[in-house]
Structures are given as structure tokens and as C-alpha cells.
Design a protein around this ligand. Structure first.
Ligand SMILES: Cc1cc2nc3c(=O)[nH]c(=O)nc-3n(C[C@H](O)[C@H](O)[C@H](O)COP(=O)(O)OP(=O)(O)OC[C@H]3O[C@@H](n4cnc5c(N)ncnc54)[C@H](O)[C@@H]3O)c2cc1C
Length: 368
């Protein structure tokens, strides 16, 4: 339904998992909202693993059937070489919730946006946030595409813009980076496929993550620190060298061809506080997780679900609910940090390597 005056109770900026989870929760609570998404079409993002314990949340959100679609794969477990030279296997077979999911990420983003479109709420696709101003209990957001500039008025604005936290940035609120880890991601063909599981292997300069993508094709990611990233012309040689240094992956994956790759931030970052006057942040905008945790997508959906409930209750006069939201997401983040530290602490094979010295020193000084 067109809304000529562009007035909403809630404007959600960002049409990824967190933004759509917020929007469908608000819609179910009878709140009039819109979503603003910078890209005209869904696009493939990094990250595909959803652990089994996300299932109850997916059910609550009414989207469990989406991940059961045949384009996604059942995720049976992980193999990991971390902290010792052994390749350890963790299978979900004994998990009471069964297997997880390895998403076809582009398809998942498309499915989420289709669900939102079916609510008949306004979707500003291909519009980028340009400005946000808080004015007398009202949030004024300016969005634009190559043809139009639109001013949106709302009682509340939700930042679901991912790692960049664009709404917060416009409001003058900075996100703190706890480390400078980056990911180099690419796809490569193999002569044989790999089972529906994820393989992780630590090396002197970081760690590898490999997931099945298509038949005989895998997604590979190498995680390292910004200071260790090579120059563009040396990237392929760097990745090949890092692969050769692995004990197990190098036996399974040889002769990789890297036609294109992407480099992106992949560390931990957080807002000091995930809400303020008439705004709230969900998903990566509030807290960004190290992908070793496989936590990002589930956490984005969860914070969208709880954030959506909190915003709806706030608009219905319950002032304290935003503090309750903060309590829940902050505690989840603290629990994540403790697990992350414990996990990096397991790896002691390269005590003199820049990556491992800096990684552990940073977490030790910043977080403990
Ligand atoms: C290398 C890597 C590997 C990962 N692997 C996994 C994994 O295996 N499992 C897992 O659970 N998580 C993984 N993640 C994390 C996961 O992908 C994210 O946590 C998740 O996408 C967060 O969802 P979100 O909705 O908060 O943000 P996003 O998915 O980033 O969505 C934000 C949306 O906002 C839009 N946007 C941004 N700025 C603006 C603007 N100014 N105006 C309008 N729209 C805007 C963007 O176009 C985007 O669509 C990985 C991340 C990385 C970097």
C-alpha cells in the first residue's frame, strides 16, 4: 500500500536478517513500519552456517520452513584442527535439535524479503540512508536513490544496517572495534565435493574456514589481521601458501583457482549501548561477531525478534522495555566474548606469530 506522506510508526533501515526479523515481528504486533534497503535486489553475503539451536527461534519467527527449502543443505557438523595437530570431528547427530543448516545465502536473503513483501508494508528498495535527525520526539530520515529523495517521518528508527551501523553513525554514535580481523573469501572448484560440514583449520597467520557451496565447489575463507593482509598482486600466492601450510586441508584441497575474492572486516565490534532516544540497533549494527562463532545470522534474527517486541511495547507506553532489550543482548554478547576468549586460548602452537600474539593479547587486555 503506497503511503504518500511517508509517515510510519517505525522506520527500519537495512533489509538483511536483522531488519526483516524486526519488521515481521512489528507487523505481527500491528505496528505500521517500513524497511529501507540500499540494494535493489538481494545479494550474496558472506556466511551460511546456522547451528541446530537456532531452530526454536526460526519457528518463533515463522521462518523455519524457509531454511527447510531444498536449496539449503542440512549441516551435520564441523571438523576442526585447532589447538593441536589433530582433526577433531563434532557431529550434531547427538544434538536433541538434530542438524543445522548450510544456507544458500542469496536464496535466504530473497526468501526473507519475499516474506516481508507479503505483509504489504512499504519496502524502499534501492534507497540509501542519507541523514537522520531526531526532532521533538520524532525521527526524520532522508533516503535517496538515483532519482528521488524522500523524507520519512517516524516515532522510532531501527538500525539494521549491519557492521557499518549507519543510523548510529548519522546520530553521532560510534561502534567500537575490539579487533582488526579481516576475511578473504572466494569460491573454488574441486574435483570431489566435501560432505555437508564445515572444516576449520588454524595456521600461523590466521585460520581457514571451508564450507560446501555447490556440487564440487566450496566457499573458502581465510581470516587474518589487517596488518598481515598482503598487497593485491600478492594475494593469490599468499592464500596458496597459507593453504600449503595446513596439515589437513592441504590434503583435501589442492590446486585452488582464485578468479575473484573479497576482503571484508570480520572481527568483533559493539555499540556502547544498543538503544537511545527513539532508536534501537539490531543485528550486526549492535554487535558484530567473529565468524568462528557461527553466531551472526542467528543473533541478527534473535535481536530482530526481541528488538521488534521491545519497540512495539515501547510505542505502547512501556518505557522500561528498551532497558530489558539491552540487558538481554548485552548479556548474550558477554557470554559470546567469554566463549571466544576460551576458544582462542586453546591455540598455543604459534606463540611467536604476530596473529596469535596480537589476537590473544588484545582480547586479554580489552575484555578480561
Ligand atoms: C566472512 C564472514 C563469514 C561469516 N560467516 C557466518 C556464518 O557462517 N554463520 C553466521 O551465522 N554468520 C556468519 N557471518 C555473519 C553474518 O553474515 C552477519 O552476522 C549477518 O549478515 C548480520 O545480519 P544483519 O541483518 O545484521 O546485517 P546484514 O546482513 O549486513 O544486512 C544489513 C543490510 O543493510 C543494508 N544497508 C547498509 N547500509 C545501508 C544504508 N545506509 N541505507 C540502506 N540500507 C543499508 C545492506 O545493504 C544490508 O542488506 C559471517 C560474516 C563474515 C564477514
Amino acid at each position: 500500500m503506497e503511503n504518500d506522506n511517508h509517515k510510519y510508526q517505525v522506520v527500519i533501515v537495512g533489509g538483511g536478517p536483522a531488519g526483516i526479523a524486526t519488521a515481521i515481528t512489528l507487523h505481527a504486533k500491528g505496528i505500521r513500519c517500513c524497511v529501507v534497503e540500499a540494494h535493489k535486489k538481494p545479494f550474496r553475503k558472506a556466511g551460511e552456517a546456522i547451528p541446530p539451536n537456532a531452530k526454536p527461534l526460526l519457528k518463533q519467527l515463522g521462518i523455519l520452513s524457509l531454511v527447510e527449502d531444498e536449496k539449503h543443505k542440512a549441516y551435520y557438523g564441523n571438523k576442526s584442527c585447532w589447538g593441536s595437530d589433530q582433526l577433531e570431528q563434532k557431529e550434531f547427530i547427538s544434538d536433541r535439535l538434530g542438524h543445522g543448516f548450510l544456507l544458500d545465502r542469496l536464496h535466504f536473503e530473497t526468501q526473507l524479503q519475499t516474506i516481508y513483501t507479503s505483509t504489504n508494508n512499504k519496502f524502499y528498495k534501492g534507497f540509501k540512508l542519507k541523514k537522520v535527525v531526531s526532532n521533538d520526539n520524532e525521527m526524520l530520515a532522508t533516503i535517496e536513490n538515483d532519482k528521488k529523495t524522500i523524507r520519512l517521518e517516524s516515532q522510532f528508527i531501527v538500525d539494521a544496517t549491519g557492521r557499518k551501523a549507519s543510523v548510529c553513525r548519522h546520530l553521532g554514535i560510534q561502534k567500537e572495534n575490539l579487533d582488526s580481523q579481516f576475511a578473504i573469501t572466494f569460491n573454488t572448484k574441486l574435483s570431489n565435493g566435501i560432505p555437508n560440514e564445515i572444516i576449520v583449520e588454524a595456521t600461523k597467520n590466521g585460520w581457514w574456514y571451508v564450507a560446501p557451496y555447490a556440487e564440487n565447489e566450496v566457499t573458502m575463507m581465510f581470516f587474518t589481521l589487517k596488518a598481515l593482509l598482503p598487497a593485491k598482486e600478492k594475494m593469490t600466492a599468499f592464500l596458496k601458501d597459507e593453504l600449503v601450510q595446513t596439515i589437513h586441508l592441504s590434503k583435501q584441497i589442492q590446486n585452488i583457482t582464485i578468479s575473484t575474492y573479497k576482503i571484508m572486516p570480520a572481527g568483533t565490534s559493539c555499540l556502547q549501548i544498543p538503544f537511545g532516544e527513539n532508536w534501537l540497533a539490531v543485528g550486526d549494527a549492535a554487535y558484530s561477531f567473529d565468524p568462528i562463532s557461527s553466531y551472526g545470522i542467528t543473533s541478527a534474527l534473535a535481536s530482530g525478534f526481541y528488538g521488534g517486541h521491545a519497540v512495539a511495547d515501547f510505542l505502547n507506553g512501556k518505557q522500561e522495555v528498551l532497558d530489558v532489550y539491552r540487558y538481554v543482548v548485552e548479556n548474550a554478547f558477554q557470554a559470546y566474548l567469554q566463549k571466544l576468549i576460551a576458544h582462542y586460548d586453546l591455540e598455543k602452537r604459534w606463540e611467536h606469530s604476530y596473529y596469535w600474539i596480537n589476537r590473544l593479547a588484545l582480547f586479554n587486555s580489552e575484555i578480561r
